[in-house]
Design a binder for this molecule. Structure first.
Ligand code: NI
Length: 189
């Protein structure tokens, strides 16, 4: 089922998400719905808070970027309770980012290029891996959502000032969005 994407202004996007427990009912269903929602909105990653569920759960599929980043071919991950440790010694890289919860805005974000990631997959198998390059960026972006952060938190004060009106329109539900979305202040249900 395609779920509405929660848009900037929705309080769930600013909450610290809860750990997923093994007895959480409907986990497989939720993962399936997150995948469908992400593909329907042409995203490359989605975090549970973006569909209104405050859980530490992420789905990533970056295969679509394989032309530019051959190493991303076939890369698809379900991250349950991920823990990111940024390698503070790794070079910082600046690239444009966007987010399904912030439609129509993309901005440069500077991030470290290497991370260490611990996570549990959908079969409750634990993993641990060093990740670098573009995937490290996507993982950081998605896992930020689990801490109540969004990429616009990391942009310069000047850029933030420039998108201020767009963001306040978003809170008011005055933003156009090509996929099913749930605005904070929309009269439409
Ligand atoms: Ni995002």
């Amino acid at each position: 089922m395609i779920l509405p994407v929660y848009i900037y202004g929705q309080p769930v996007l600013r909450q610290e998400a809860e750990l997923v427990t093994k007895d959480y009912e409907g986990l497989n269903e939720l993962i399936k719905n997150m995948k469908e929602t992400m593909y329907a909105s042409n995203g490359i990653g989605i975090a549970a808070p973006q569909v209104g569920v405050s859980l530490k759960l992420v789905f990533i599929d970056v295969d679509v970027l394989k032309e530019d980043f051959p190493e991303l071919k076939g890369v698809q991950m379900v991250l349950i309770n991920p823990e990111v440790t940024v390698d503070e010694n790794s070079p910082k890289v600046t690239r444009e980012e966007g987010c399904l919860s912030v439609p129509g805005i993309s901005e440069n974000v500077t991030r470290h290029s290497k991370i260490h990631l611990k996570w549990t997959d959908e079969n409750w198998v634990e993993h641990e891996k060093d990740i670098e390059g573009y995937l490290a960026r996507v993982v950081q972006h998605e896992c930020d959502h689990l801490d109540g952060h969004m990429f616009i938190d990391w942009i310069s004060a000047i850029r933030k000032q420039l998108i201020r009106t767009k963001l306040s329109n978003m809170i008011k539900g005055k933003t156009r969005c090509s996929y099913k979305a749930k605005f904070f202040n929309s009269k439409k249900k």
